[in-house]
Design a protein around this ligand. Structure first.
Ligand SMILES: *[C@@H]1O[C@H](CO)[C@@H](O)[C@H](O)[C@H]1NC(C)=O
Ligand SMILES: *[C@@H]1O[C@H](CO)[C@@H](O)[C@H](O)[C@H]1NC(C)=O
Ligand SMILES: *[C@@H]1O[C@H](CO)[C@@H](O)[C@H](O)[C@H]1NC(C)=O
Ligand SMILES: *[C@@H]1O[C@H](CO)[C@@H](O)[C@H](O)[C@H]1NC(C)=O
Ligand SMILES: *[C@@H]1O[C@H](CO)[C@@H](O)[C@H](O)[C@H]1NC(C)=O
Length: 788
């Protein structure tokens, strides 16, 4: 009995409490209740509001995806009403003006969502009276006409969402009025004209969606918008220049516009970029291969543009990529291996070597299209020219000073060296010390290379450390019979390792007290310098001073390339077998690919390699290999020792560009010698021959063929010859900025090879850069050769 009593008492108490609770809870001012009921009637009593009446306790309504009311005190602060997706237009007697006038009676209204309710009419000027408004979402209605300027009074706005309406006209230039704006979405309307400049002042902006309108013109500079992460411009007529914005972008969609510039270099610094869709534009110029390996990228669509460039199997890509569309561009080369395993990859309509897949065009198609689009043109810029020449002179001067310094250091060493006792340490100790921050950064940048190492297709043994004893044995204690020569990069010895393989060993004496920590990053980088067209490093050995265990000598072990220098294969008067015209083109493609790898295979690239024809070696398969390049170890020294402040203070990018063009010039000289078949030893010889080549470019076939080496003229097609001469003379232009890029060079060389190949045998067979693509019987019967 007592128990039952206590239970009912508790129930009673609870009930009382509940009543008190309700009476104390937020109760909307009655005027605001009236306002909501008026809204209900203006919206023609939609079914989702059917429960609203005078007795409704609005502030305690259970929020739903259709209706949510939020109160603060006895004021309404948020109103969300979202109808059926297919809501028809409200009847003729609906007045948007009355609706806004009514909403003004909710003085604390901060968030207003009126979506899919069939609203129609122009946005009234009275909207300015909703002065507390912070978020306006009136998507999926039938609102039309211009956005009234008066909206600029709503200075607290953080979001303006007008998607899926019929708004039109230009955007008023009022965005300075919204300092807090972080989302602007105008998707799927009929806005036109260009974007107002004031957009570039909205430093808080995070999302901008302007897709599906008729906007045109260029995008205002959005560089200052540090928080911008998502930019959707799909289906407009924006262009022609790639928009400027910060590099923290996460999503960038430019699909289906009129952009036609190239992609800026700095896209390789978009570390947060996850989605990039620039398809269906007229972008041209070389495709930055770094796009595929951006650290966050998972969606990449560049389809239907005019991007040029040569893909190769070695290109690295981000594992996270789930969609890649490269189709309908002007790309050639080979599909990167890392894409081949992925399912959602599209590449049809390019000029890739796909082993007979007929989804691809011939190389000549891409080249002609690129020419037609004006991609392969050479810019003239007088003003830059002068700077460039001065700069080039500085660099050349710097190199000279540097060489002298090195010689001096070497001399000083020779003296001090004999006094100290040397000992070779087991190399394991060193590699443990190797992981400095710098090194890991280099390793990260060298991703591209490690990828190519994994492929193991290079036929080069794995990189390892050697002991000094091993090297002494290989060279018979560095006997003079093993001595091959001496250059600015140390002495070279030929050696034979225990397993019988031949190697070339470069011996570098180092400055005193060179700490291992300083060397290791460089050595790690050198170990990654492996490419079919470089004489690649297969290992190293360090020799230490006993006193302070600083490094005294560094030995770099390289693969041995047995077939002599390129010069010995082309010069007239030599007894040896000579390269045919097609083999010469193949050799030049090889050299160019080697240069491309040095420049772009990793950062910082290796430039100013001072390439000479005698430094190009020919291997067993007649592939060309660059044997003497600017080893990073020395490159670093150049920066520190010789150039000092003078060049370093200059614009870094400019310097890279010029350096890259210095290699192009050297390449031109090599090409010239291959064309003319005579050794070029002096600058005046060079000038004479260059002028000859340039002179006959505009003449007829007979004139051209009479200029070049005799053994070429009998066997070459005029088109390939002319192309080669063109490349050569462009590479030798005085103005570095007018010389072609290495990509352009490779492109044109491949064209020349294809033309010549077709001329010799017929259309289908093409230069395979893999040598492994399946060959049809007809191909096999033709002369086939491989580069790489
Ligand atoms: C409700 O809004 C009115 C008018 O803006 C304001 O004076 C009042 O203080 C507000 N009440 C609360 C509890 O915020
Ligand atoms: C606008 O409101 C609708 C309905 O609540 C919502 O689905 C949509 O995501 C909102 N739009 C934006 C950009 O927030
Ligand atoms: C654009 O908005 C209209 C309504 O104004 C809608 O019917 C249409 O489906 C939308 N289109 C897209 C692509 O979202
Ligand atoms: C924008 O569209 C309106 C019609 O909605 C038209 O009168 C105006 O000329 C257009 N402006 C531009 C720049 O195309
Ligand atoms: C762009 O236009 C296409 C074709 O009209 C359409 O399928 C696509 O949905 C549009 N994109 C957007 C974001 O509305």
């Amino acid at each position: 009995m007592a128990k039952r009593l206590s239970v009912s008492t508790i129930l009673l108490l609870l009930l009382l409490l509940l009543c008190i609770q309700i009476s104390l809870s937020e109760k909307l001012q009655s005027s605001q209740i009236e306002t909501l009921l008026r809204v209900q009637s203006l919206l023609d009593f939609p079914s989702i509001l059917s429960s609203w009446n005078r007795k409704t306790s609005f502030c305690t309504l259970e929020p739903s995806s259709f209706v949510t009311v939020v109160c603060y005190g006895n004021n309404l602060t948020q109103l969300h009403i979202s109808g059926e997706k297919t809501a028809p237009k409200l009847p003729q007697d609906f007045s948007i003006d009355s609706l806004v006038k009514t909403l003004v009676k909710l003085p604390s209204l901060k968030v207003l969502t009126l979506v899919s309710l069939g609203l129609w009419g122009p946005l009234p000027r009275k909207i300015e009276r909703l002065s507390s408004l912070e978020m306006l979402n009136i998507s999926s209605n039938f609102l039309y006409d211009n956005i009234p300027r008066e909206i600029s009074s709503l200075t607290n706005l953080q979001g303006i969402i007008l998607d899926d309406n019929m708004f039109s006209g230009q955007l008023p230039d009022i965005f300075e009025s919204f300092p807090a704006l972080n989302a602007l979405s105008l998707k799927n309307n009929s806005f036109n004209g260009s974007l107002p400049k004031s957009l570039s002042k909205l430093s808080g902006l995070r999302v901008v969606n302007l897709a599906n309108n008729q906007f045109s013109g260029s995008i205002p500079d959005l560089k200052g918008l540090k928080n911008l992460q998502e930019l959707y411009l799909e289906n407009n007529s924006f262009g022609p220049d790639f928009p400027r914005h910060n590099n923290k972008m996460v999503t960038l969609v430019l699909r289906n516009n009129k952009f036609r510039s190239g992609i800026p270099e700095e896209i390789s610094t978009y570390y947060q970029l996850e989605k990039l869709d620039i398809s269906w534009n007229r972008f041209m110029g070389p495709l930055p291969m770094s796009l595929l390996s951006l650290p966050s990228i998972n969606y990449l669509n560049i389809a239907q543009n005019k991007f040029t460039g040569i893909l190769s199997e070695n290109i690295a890509c981000n594992d996270a990529l789930i969609f890649v569309d490269l189709s309908s561009n002007l790309l050639s080369g080979d599909l990167p291996d890392c894409l081949e395993s992925k399912s959602n990859v599209h590449y049809e309509g390019n000029c890739l070597n796909m082993g007979g897949e007929n989804s691809q065009h011939e190389n000549s198609y891409c080249r002609n299209e690129a020419l037609a689009a004006g991609v392969i043109t050479f810019r003239k810029n007088k003003d830059q020219t002068r700077k460039a020449i001065i700069l080039a002179a500085c660099i050349a001067g710097g190199l000279l000073v540097f060489t002298l310094l090195i010689l001096l250091v070497l001399l000083l060493f020779k003296r001090g060296y004999t006094k100290k006792r040397l000992v070779a340490q087991p190399p394991r100790v060193i590699s443990e010390k190797a992981s400095t921050g710098y090194a890991s950064k280099l390793l990260m940048d060298a991703r591209y290379i490690s990828q190519s190492m994994k492929l193991g297709a290079l036929g080069i043994p794995a990189y390892r450390t050697f002991t000094l004893e091993e090297l002494e044995m290989a060279t018979n204690k560095f006997a003079s019979s093993a001595f091959m020569g001496k250059g600015s990069q140390g002495q070279m010895y030929r050696g034979q390792l225990n397993d019988g393989s031949l190697v070339a060993i470069r011996c570098l004496k180092l400055k005193e007290n060179q700490p291992t920590e300083y060397l290791m990053p460089h050595i790690e980088l050198i170990s990654k310098l492996r490419h079919r067209h470089l004489v690649s490093s297969i290992g190293h050995c360090l020799e230490y001073y006993l006193e302070d265990s600083s490094v005294s000598r560094l030995f770099l072990v390289f693969e041995y390339v047995p077939n002599g220098t390129l010069r010995s294969w082309i010069s007239a008067g030599r007894a040896r077998r000579r390269l045919t015209w097609l083999q010469r083109i193949a050799a030049s493609i090889g050299i160019a690919k080697g240069i491309q790898f040095l420049h772009a295979g990793f950062t910082p690239g290796i430039f100013s390699n001072n390439l000479r024809i005698t430094d190009i070696l020919i291997d067993r398969n007649l592939a060309a290999k660059i044997s003497s390049y600017n080893l990073p170890l020395l490159t670093e020294n150049i920066g520190q020792v010789a150039l000092g402040g003078s060049i370093k203070s200059k614009d870094g990018d400019l310097r890279i560009e010029r350096e890259d063009k210095m290699d192009i010039y050297d390449f031109g000289v090599i090409l010239l010698e291959m064309l003319m078949g005579v050794q070029i030893k002096t600058r005046s010889e060079l000038n004479v021959l260059r002028n000859q080549v340039q002179g006959t470019l505009t003449m007829d076939e007979v004139a051209r063929k009479s200029t070049v080496a005799e053994d070429i003229s009998n066997t070459c097609s005029d088109e390939s010859l002319k192309t080669m001469m063109e490349i050569c003379s462009r590479c030798l232009l005085k103005d570095p900025s007018m010389r072609p890029s290495i990509e352009d060079v490779i492109w044109n060389l491949q064209f020349a090879a294809q033309v010549q190949d077709a001329w010799q045998g017929g259309g289908e067979s093409r230069i395979s850069s893999t040598g492994s693509s399946p060959a049809s019987p007809t191909q096999l019967s033709k002369q086939r050769f491989t580069i790489h």
